[in-house]
Design a binder for this molecule. Structure first.
Ligand code: NAD
Length: 434
């Protein structure tokens, strides 16, 4: 089976490599020549655990290729996946579909023989039909179907998520398209992965509803954390107490600085716009977004209070910049809101992140300095703020850290450490919700 992935970003590259691992012949096509040249030279442009091995194995076996040419690749494809970005449109929060529609136009120009064009990008309801209209208008005679196959992988565990998904959602309106997609995903039958076949619209909404629900859990526990903090309760005990209820579940009940990343912020905003356009209300998701913004502001206030109420002239070491560990993705990371707010209030910042500093240095104000190791970031700091729970921050030599600092404040926005142990080491310890 010949597969073309349009877009070789987080989703296109990981899905493409995994489809190749399933046995398909895959070409990832991207308009970014630098990215394709790097991939051809064996360099992986993103940090994703295990991806370099997977790509090497499948390029070596001749099942995975990279190209900037649509003309050379689309004609031979049985399935063409659109895996381009769908960022928030500036100003209104709607998903910006210009890359999806550009891809559809290009695909139309090169279709040969029966082909299924599949939206893997996260796209608002109605997009698959619009993709079909664009292609049909350009090529009235073309033999093709459209389908929607939203992707649920998480950065940092993308390969495992793709190879052992909780489910595969296939939005189709043709048995032929369904058969080809089922064939592509057939290796997952061995592990009895549920394959949910729906209409196009339901598949499109499923992706937004899933992300909005997970974001809701995060904003919910962040509000409960605030209540715990004000009343002397421990949010971990509460999260466990509710999470053990099978109807609720334990995942996504970790308080922190708010959700970020390339999906939840933009997808919740897009869902709200989608609902508005459809004349539906989306009050819960609107509150989830508002609570998330407040949470980031609350973290700034928390750091300020930990330092005695003023940040003027204070030196802060920030550990972790990416929105979560095991990725270099800085898109909508809480750090991008929290660090500028700390600077504005007069603090100076030395930051460390195992993978995200290159990207962060492009996104954060020039006043932030970056350090190659944790201890130099902490040198002469009044406070250390743990913002992302990378594994290496779990094993910090705390005595060495404290010896580097001029103050003793440790603000743990991920609740990695225990209060008693930190206080026993002489830290003034502050965390979230306990
Ligand atoms: N990143 C994730 O964890 C994740 C998870 C699930 C779903 N998604 C969704 O998948 C989609 C892609 O996200 P991503 O994180 O992989 O984005 P990305 O920005 O990492 O990659 C998109 C790629 O598409 C390329 N591109 C843009 N226009 C193109 C065109 N016309 N032809 C060929 N290539 C083109 C870009 O150069 C880029 O390399 C989005 O809709 C996103 O919401 C992302």
């Amino acid at each position: 089976m010949n597969v073309v992935m349009i877009g070789a970003g987080y989703v296109g590259l990981v899905s493409g490599a995994c489809f190749a691992e399933f046995g398909a012949h895959v070409t990832c096509v991207d308009v970014d020549e630098g990215k394709i040249r790097a991939l051809e030279a064996g360099r992986i442009p993103i940090y994703e655990p295990g991806l370099d091995d997977l790509v090497r194995r499948n390029t070596g076996a001749g099942r995975l290729r990279f190209s900037t040419s649509f003309a050379d690749t689309i004609g031979a494809a049985d399935l063409v996946f659109i895996a381009v970005g769908t960022p928030s449109r500036r100003g209104d929060g709607h998903a910006d579909l210009k890359y999806v529609y550009a891809a559809a136009t290009t695909i139309a120009a090169h279709l040969e023989g029966y082909t299924v064009v599949v939206d893997k990008s996260t796209v608002p309801v109605g997009t698959a039909r619009e993709v079909r209209r664009i292609i049909r208008e350009a090529r009235p005679e073309a033999d093709f179907d459209v389908a929607s196959n939203p992707e649920f992988l998480r950065e940092g565990s993308a390969i495992g998520d793709f190879m052992r998904p909780d489910r595969v959602v296939l939005g189709v309106d043709s048995p032929r398209a369904e058969a080809l997609l089922r064939e592509l995903y057939r290796p997952l039958n061995l592990i009895e992965t549920p394959v949910l076949v729906t209409d196009l619209e339901s598949a499109e909404i499923t992706k937004y509803a899933a992300n909005a629900f997970l974001a809701t859990k995060i904003s919910f526990i962040n509000e409960i954390a605030d209540l715990c903090e004000r009343t002397g309760a421990d949010v971990h005990a509460v999260a466990r107490g509710i999470g053990l209820d099978g109807r609720i579940g334990r995942k996504f009940l970790h308080p922190g600085p708010g959700f970020g990343g390339s999906c939840f912020p933009k997808d919740t905003r897009a869902l709200i716009r989608m609902a508005e356009e459809a004349g539906a209300t989306c009050r819960i998701v609107s509150s989830v977004v508002a609570v998330n913004e407040e949470q980031k502001a609350r973290m700034v206030t928390k750091i300020e209070s930990a330092l005695g109420g003023s940040l003027t002239g204070r030196r802060i070491a920030v550990l972790g910049l990416t929105f979560k560990p095991e990725t270099d993705d800085m898109r909508d990371a809480p750090a991008l809101t929290i660090l500028p707010a700390l600077l504005e209030r007069g603090a100076s910042i030395r930051a460390h992140d195992p993978q995200g500093m290159e990207e962060a240095s492009r996104e954060l104000p020039a006043a932030v300095s970056f350090c190659d190791d944790i201890y130099s970031a902490a040198t002469d700091a009044d406070a250390v703020v743990l913002l992302t729970e990378w594994n290496q921050y779990r094993g910090i030599d705390l005595a060495r850290l404290k010896a580097q600092m001029r103050g003793a404040v440790f603000v743990d926005l991920r609740n990695v450490y225990e209060r008693d142990a930190m206080e026993a080491r002489g830290f003034s310890y502050h965390c979230v919700g306990r």
